[in-house]
Design a protein around this ligand. Structure first.
Ligand SMILES: [Cu+2]
Length: 232
């Protein structure tokens, strides 16, 4: 058994070395174009959906934060990583159907990472991802039914998800073969940690405003700030 302690120690030392070489990239996604018109979603065709809200839900296709940044932007390392497998998290990602909306609107996972799909509504949903690279599927889910656990084996940015019952329902799932990605929230920022030193293509994707690429170079232990500005 003693011989085992040597490789374990070596692995531990290697892990420490890897982490101390890890760079962090942070930034924000700024929007400087014409303010998007945000329409109300008409759920009157389905009273169970409409009853779930005291005020109409807003379209999420272009959500501007109060600080001038853009929500639901997927930011990821598109190219430049060493060609090696990255461990898949065992932690399940979540997507919920609540009030006849998908939460979150934009989800990012690793390839093969389990995704729990829940229906918290008192109504049927039909979850229907529309991938081009992964396999398409289409399943109904009864009110407050058991979660469905799914995953996507191949990298794909992005997979639109629709509900065949409620045409306004739309989500996007980004599936990446590595862990270097983020989605902007209500402050419009993103953080990508533990990035090995190197030169990369960093891409921002937004469902309405499209993609933007930037070349970045990070050294060991760097903390870099990289902003994106959409001006549409
Ligand atoms: Cu639905």
């Amino acid at each position: 058994m003693k011989s085992l302690s040597i490789p374990c120690g070596a692995v531990f030392a290697l892990l420490l070395a890897t982490q101390s070489n890890a760079a962090t990239v942070t930034g924000k996604v700024v929007f400087s174009g014409a303010k998007p018109v945000v329409r109300n979603i008409d759920m009157s065709a389905n009273p169970a959906c409409e009853r779930a809200h005291s005020t109409p839900q807003k379209s999420e296709t272009a959500v501007l934060n109060s600080n001038g940044t853009l929500r639901y932007t997927f930011v990821w390392i598109k190219a430049g990583l060493p060609n090696k497998p990255w461990p898949t998290p065992t932690e399940h990602a979540q997507i919920n159907q609540k009030g006849c909306m998908y939460t979150p609107h934009v989800l990012a996972v690793m390839t093969n990472q389990p995704i729990d799909i829940r229906n918290d509504d008192p109504t049927n949903h039909n979850i229907h991802p529309l991938p081009k690279i992964n396999q398409e599927w289409n399943e109904s889910q009864p009110p407050k039914g058991d979660p469905k656990t799914k995953s996507f084996p191949r990298e794909e940015v992005m997979i639109p998800v629709k509900c065949n019952v409620h045409p306004w329902m739309r989500a996007y799932i980004g599936v990446v073969h590595h862990p270097f990605f983020a989605v902007t929230g209500d402050d419009g920022t993103f953080t990508i940690k533990n990035l090995p030193a190197g030169t990369y293509t960093l891409q921002a994707w937004h469902e309405t405003y499209g993609t933007m690429d930037q070349q970045i170079t990070v050294g060991a232990n760097d903390s870099k700030t990289i902003d994106f500005t959409y001006n549409k």
